[in-house]
Design a protein around this ligand. Structure first.
Ligand SMILES: Cc1cc2nc3c(=O)[nH]c(=O)nc-3n(C[C@H](O)[C@H](O)[C@H](O)COP(=O)(O)O)c2cc1C
Length: 185
């Protein structure tokens, strides 16, 4: 693997990328840095934060690199979004064989600005309402989610990367990500 390329808005994905780089010896670059440092068509591992179910920067990275694996970083305890749904159907792989992982990052409301801040505030209220409506059925995980929307939270750990580090060690890998709108003919 030539590089780890990441897109991070509030720093959680960046920290995961740096931890993964330390553990594997593969250099990590933000997508912006990678545009200068990592030649097009290189084999990479892509890490991106989740924004409304989509992995940020992934479409652009698919056009430039050969992506062998992806780590999706979100605030939910379990994976979500379109790529994760695809991976669940395929036993942990994208439709074209790239390995897909989910990592719980965190939530840093103080770092959000503008429309994203408003959107997440709204989302937080709606999640809180839904959870309150559960009454006695509220779980510890629900409480944790409400707390996270209110005050933020940080779940980044070296341990969470164990499975990905293992996968790096098992390489080389030959599956890849392709744009979801591409046609197989
Ligand atoms: C506008 C917006 C939408 C988000 N949508 C999702 C989502 O659909 N699923 C999820 O698990 N997390 C979602 N998150 C939370 C981020 O993915 C999470 O905070 C992640 O750790 C951010 O990583 P970063 O610090 O590298 O940017 C969203 C955050 C923002 C600001």
């Amino acid at each position: 693997m030539k590089a780890i390329v990441y897109t991070s808005q509030t720093g959680f994905t960046k920290r995961y990328a740096e931890l993964l780089s330390e553990a594997t010896g593969v250099p990590a670059w933000s997508a912006k840095e990678a545009a200068k440092q990592v030649p097009a068509h290189s084999e990479i591992f892509y890490m991106g934060c989740l924004v409304a179910g989509a992995v940020k920067g992934l479409d652009t990275a698919i056009e430039r690199y050969v992506i062998r694996g992806v780590a999706i970083v979100g605030m939910n305890p379990t994976g979500n979004g379109d790529l994760w749904t695809e991976a669940k159907i395929n036993g942990g792989f994208s439709d074209h064989g790239a390995r897909i992982f989910y990592l719980r990052g965190g939530y840093a409301p103080e770092k959000l600005r503008g429309i994203q801040k408003l959107l997440m505030r709204h989302m937080g209220r709606s999640v809180q309402k839904k959870i309150q409506a559960k009454g006695d059925a509220v779980t510890e995980q629900d409480r944790e989610m409400v707390e996270m929307f209110q005050h933020g939270g940080d779940y980044v750990s070296r341990q969470a990367l164990d499975e990905i580090i293992q996968w790096f060690a098992e390489g080389p890998h030959d599956g890849m990500m392709k744009a979801s709108f591409s046609l197989d003919i």
